[in-house]
Write a protein that binds this ligand. Structure first.
Ligand code: MG
Length: 106
């Protein structure tokens, strides 16, 4: 799927939202927290994980990262930024850090 198409879709399905910015900001925080909750459960398991457990964690992570993506895409639109701009800008920033040897400092 094309990133621009997805971003347009996020705007379309939320066109009746009121108080969009607080909802978007809080929604992004909430969904990021859900990603963190999955990571916490995954990391504190110092035992061997069964294949079914890994599949369940992966399924949960897929859902929550998708939720984060929705809020990122919609929030970006509110600031007239495209997902493509975000991706390119982030690539550039991380490549600079890699060149400077500071990638792992953040
Ligand atoms: Mg969620």
């Amino acid at each position: 799927m094309d990133a621009n198409y997805y971003q347009s879709w996020t705007i379309e399905i939320a066109k009746n939202f009121k108080n969009e910015l607080p909802i978007l900001g809080l929604g992004l925080c909430e969904e990021s927290g859900e990603v963190a909750r999955i990571l916490k459960r995954y990391c504190r398991n110092d035992r061997y994980l069964e294949k079914s457990e890994i599949e369940e964690i992966t399924k949960s992570m897929k859902g929550e990262l998708g939720d984060v993506l929705y809020f990122v895409a919609f929030l970006a639109s509110k600031f007239n930024l495209s997902l493509e701009e975000l991706m390119l800008g982030n690539m550039h920033k991380l490549e600079q850090r890699m060149c400077n040897g500071t990638l792992l400092d953040h």
